[in-house]
Ligand binder design. Sequence first.
Ligand code: GUN
Ligand code: FE
Length: 463
Amino acid sequence: MTMGGVFGVCGTAIDAPLLGELRISPGALIVVDETGLIAEVLTPGEAAYDARRQSLAAGGALVELSDGEYLLPGLVDLHNHAPQWPQLGKALDVTLAEWLDDYTFPLEARYQDIDFATTVYKSLVDAMLANGTTTAVYFATIHLPATQRLVDICIERGQRALVGRVAMDAPDACPDYYRDVSAAVAVEQTVALIDYIKDHPGNKAGLLSPVVTPRFIPSCSDELLRGLGRVVAESGCHVQTHCSESDWAHAYGLDRHGHSDTTTYRDFGLLTRRTVLAHSNFVSPADLETIAITGAAVAHCPLSNVYFANAVFPTREALDAGVHVGLGTDISGGPSPSLFTAAYNAVAASRVREDGVNANLPAGERGSPASRITFAEAFWMATTGGGIALDLPIGVFAGGYCFDAMIVDTAAPNTDLLIWPELDSPEDIFQKIIHNASRHNVATVWVQGRKVRANRGISPPLA
Ligand code: GUN
Ligand code: FE
């Protein structure tokens, strides 16, 4: 479990350094330095390849992938509500407002109880790593001690994470039993979490970062938004929030401020290069331009969009406009912890947008032409795009990037990821991984060079 010295991993690596381009590298030799960064990536035939490989093997420092195993970058979940883990997979037949009032706020209020928080957060972080998610951007709750516990657990388990203490003070949209007592207290506790993470003795390698987290416009007073904007200006911290998610949430923001959520966040100093806007389904072309110019990012959560949002994020248009886009599970607005599931649902959602759904209309009038994205683009969003969104060197196998990676074992027992070597090209295998890889196939996971899972699907985590 220590970072240890130099080691190498050799086998077929699959990554997507450029949007739309899949890179499949048979026999790639990835050399990792003592700080967990990729020192170099060598390919067969290169001058140093054989010697480097032999010396690593002779020193017992080479992981060689077997037939049927593939090395993928760790996945980056840009939007995940850690406290909602116990309600994963339920209550997705109600509206967003009902879901918040009847299920989510009562559940999140329980994190006052630190023992409950500890049990849930351990279970969640282990499950995320088991599914190959090496970086997660977490909303916690309004409770500082429980949020600090989530930080401790990410550090202990070795997950790279950005953690935010949720700020929500508006009596209109937040119940009495689960609300910040004032904007000032929410701001104070936000700063306390930032300090806790920055000064944490277990965070010398910097795997944990704080995120300023206004829940969404309806739940935050202008005073709170202004105060959090000041914290961002002073600290340079990341920001996460929900933006123009559903008809209701979008209309609420328009009505209160007279313009879109994107403009409101910008005006309060909350739209920066390090902002992640969840959903953003109702953004206008002008909003997209604002987001692109700022260098902020959108966390596209396709499954949650389908259940809650009354619309699906215009991913094609956003990518074409140069907006940073990555993927989120939106646990538990989305019912799956797997970012592979989010990736293929992003493709599926884009295809439904393109074709439309009303068979009574002529084909040419049914959908939004040319809105599809490819599997390579979805994989890019799940890896490289997530790294760009967070301004972190993750998601690509290249020198200087963090070695956050997983071995996908297509020969694992009890798998639906079935490969027929005589029928499947490497690109076919990639598409099958996106569609059917599950935690059974995630054999080994590293974060910053540290092996954090060797689970073969079912065993408990190391540590
Ligand atoms: N809007 C405000 N809070 C939430 C939440 O927890 N999940 C989703 N999907 N949307 C929200
Ligand atoms: Fe959300």
